[in-house]
Design a protein around this ligand. Sequence first.
Ligand code: ADE
Length: 240
Amino acid sequence: MRFDVISLFPEFVAQLAGHGVVGRAGERGLLTLHGWNPRDFAEGNYRRVDDRPFGGGPGMVMMIDPLRAALAAARAADPAPARVIYLSPQGQRLDQRKVRELATRPRLILLCGRYEGVDERLIQAEVDEELSIGDYVLSGGELAAAVVIDAVARLLDGTLGDAESAGQDSFGEDGLLDCPHYTRPVEHALGRVPEVLLSGDHARIARWRRQQALGRTWLRRPDLLDEASLSAQDRALLEA
Ligand code: ADE
């Protein structure tokens, strides 16, 4: 999968390629990451990329032409069809379902705004989809782009080892929060590992984990239960 990031700070996102899950996916040839700086496509001595908003008000708005030229260069760099995503708080909220959908695409171009935003005409003409990573305002789209890349990368076939399969995470296949996890030592001043996990009884362990996941979801994020895929047994547990 190919990611192109259009940003005034492409180094920011490029850092991702050197670390962790995204780095590993890169090493395994599962994804490539390319940065494009609109300033490199801006005209004049000052290479201006932003200007004051018509109608007045504070802040600056990113101009159409440098962004459009950067987008055109990114598109032309590879023949695969690209979906253009603009990261902004006005977008649809990102969730694991959306991440799964994005992971099926061959190519994403992530457009990061700065300042007060991007000229609306550019968004109308070039952007396929606007995405937000949550109801708060960041000072630019770069962190949001990094979130999208990380979340998508870990779903690409071969990124995670079998042991870390993405299906078992919070918001995995079943849409529930994750159960708690423990490792050595069994006895610690902060507490003891739950007995069931030491029992070696795989069916009991699986049942306990399911119960914990259901309980946590019910307590912390009851909204998720409406969409979760629950068995009759799960429902009985919840209604008990
Ligand atoms: N840019 C600024 N705030 C953002 C947010 N919450 N999500 C995505 N992009 C953003």
